[in-house]
Write a protein that binds this ligand. Structure first.
Ligand SMILES: Cc1cc2nc3c(=O)[nH]c(=O)nc-3n(C[C@H](O)[C@H](O)[C@H](O)COP(=O)(O)O)c2cc1C
Length: 216
């Protein structure tokens, strides 16, 4: 179905995609934005409910307000850390909303498709999981397009609802900042800043039952 070059390309994008928080003001061509949104909309969803909407934010005024909501949350969350770790946390750059030419608020509508969406009766949060699949598709597409994307989740949902006029039953799942960058990281920023390391995959794989690392 796919030739070797095509296979190599998809793994390359998966490995190279990074969370980015520094952006240039260079505008994003409309056709590229459209392709990225199409990639999101082709994500899988439980019962094919497609619970997402994409709010494209270009207004500086609205970006300012979103940046305020995230900064308020960042300062509130600092209480979870003490001493050096707290300083390290406060030094982390956790968003680039004001710099990025576009931020996309990706929402999830839990009521879409009615009360008996196929498959969602068992695990209700599959609507949010579906939305995350759309987001990952957009993230990979952005990387393939030479664009940087950053996921911002530091906010109180009601602040974002107020700022973007989102109705109370709709979940603002993510603020995805999008733009060109001259600082595309070659490894996760949390890794290069010494906050967290990538775990060894072999320790995360079990065989036949929980915690069994022996291939029988
Ligand atoms: C659900 C989710 C929420 C995230 N929220 C934030 C955030 O609020 N701020 C931030 O700087 N990064 C955020 N990130 C990005 C992660 O920090 C990043 O994915 C992780 O450090 C691994 O780096 P990589 O994406 O470059 O591989 C989020 C990622 C996910 C999947």
């Amino acid at each position: 179905m796919f030739n070797q070059n095509e296979k190599d390309a998809i793994y390359k994008v998966i490995e190279n995609r990074r969370d980015v928080r520094s952006f240039l003001s260079k505008p994003i061509p409309e056709s590229v934005l459209q392709r990225i949104l199409e990639a999101g909309h082709h994500g899988p969803s439980v019962g094919f409910m497609q619970p997402w909407n994409f709010i494209i934010i270009t207004s500086d005024k609205i970006k300012e307000r979103l940046a305020w909501a995230t900064d308020k949350e960042r300062r509130a969350l600092a209480i979870h850390y003490e001493n050096e770790r707290q300083q390290k946390f406060l030094n982390l750059k956790i968003e680039g909303i004001k710099e990025a030419p576009i931020t996309i608020c990706v929402t999830c509508d839990p009521t879409r498709g009615g009360s008996h969406v196929l498959g969602r009766n068992s695990i209700p949060e599959t609507d949010v999981l579906s939305t995350a699949c759309a987001i990952q598709n957009m993230w990979l597409a952005s990387c393939a397009e030479g664009l940087a994307m950053g996921w911002v989740s530091f906010y109180k949902k009601n602040d974002v609802r107020d700022i973007l006029d989102i109705p109370p039953h709709i979940d603002p799942i993510a603020l995805m900042s999008l733009g060109y960058t001259d600082q595309y990281p070659d490894k996760p920023i949390l890794e290069s800043s010494g906050w967290e390391k990538r775990r060894a995959l072999e320790n995360l794989i079990y065989y036949n039952r929980w915690d069994n690392q022996t291939k029988e």
